[in-house]
Ligand binder design. Structure first.
Ligand code: HEC
Length: 239
């Protein structure tokens, strides 16, 4: 015969430890639910905003987007990188190299003068910035270097340097050039126009314009509606 345990009339009590653990779990679940609902709400807001505004790149980003993007980008550049100063001392040769590099690779979006007022630069989202302003000039040398080398995610700014920690003197010369933008002379801007890449289509348009202006029987030059940015093409224009 098995002896039944004596009924003491007392309910089993939870140990104090498991009760506090239970409370902790409940708080954790509540916190998860709040975060989940908040994210869901933000998602709905974002969906509504996109439905109302579309995804066109023509608009200018809102002030809030601009601030969030700049803070995020700032935080994404490690402090050690940000503190770096340009190891290339300013010299006529280094500046000339940076200028030639810029005219060839960067001017299509940023313009020879760095103001970003090109067909491509002003139709992007976010737009290519006016680099003469404090927003750009206030960035440290190291920050400019990192942005050029690694590009900026979710924007039109490509990564130009090779990946990895190696030094890239070409990129440092571009940083020198960005610092020089405010002192650009009209002669330097003219020199750069001659270094801008020109597409076969723009070359043909310039040839047609030359033939028309010189009074030959050439038909009036056509104006393509989808021109690629060709800052250098204008050097062919006649007064
Ligand atoms: C295809 C277009 C495009 C080309 C080509 C391009 N960029 Fe950019 N760049 C951008 C855009 C768009 C931004 C703005 C990114 C942002 O808002 O964070 C930008 C931002 C920058 C910035 C940060 C400035 C600031 O204040 O936010 C630097 C520096 C820069 N570019 C340098 C260069 C250099 C140097 C080259 C050439 C080697 C180059 N870019 C070529 C589109 C371009």
């Amino acid at each position: 015969m098995v002896n039944e345990p004596e009924d003491t009339g007392l309910k089993p009590k939870l140990a104090p430890v498991s009760r506090s653990r239970f409370r902790l779990l409940r708080h954790y679940a509540e916190a998860c639910l709040i975060v989940f609902l908040a994210l869901g709400g933000l998602g709905l807001l974002a969906a509504g905003w996109i439905a109302a505004h579309g995804v066109s790149a023509r608009d200018a980003p809102t002030v809030l987007e601009g601030i969030v993007a700049r803070i995020t980008r700032h935080l994404a550049v490690p402090a050690k990188e940000r503190r770096r100063t340009n190891p290339i001392p300013p010299s006529t040769e280094a500046l000339a190299e940076g200028m030639a590099h810029w005219a060839d690779h960067c001017a299509s979006c940023h313009g020879n003068d760095g103001r970003g007022d090109t067909e491509m630069g002003r139709n992007m989202y976010p737009k290519a910035p006016d680099m003469l302003l404090q927003k750009t000039q206030g960035l440290s040398d190291g920050e400019l270097y990192t942005i050029i080398k690694n590009g900026v995610r979710l924007t039109g700014m490509p990564a130009w340097g090779s990946p990895g920690p190696d030094e890239d003197s070409q990129t440092w010369k571009l940083v020198l050039f960005i610092r020089h933008l405010k002192s650009m002379t009209p002669e330097q801007l003219e020199q750069m126009k001659a270094m801008n890449p020109v597409s076969p289509m723009a070359k043909e348009a310039a040839r047609e314009a030359d033939a028309f202006l010189s009074g030959s029987d050439a038909p009036e030059p056509s104006t393509p509606t989808h021109t690629m940015p060709q800052p250098g093409a204008s050097r062919k224009e006649k007064p």
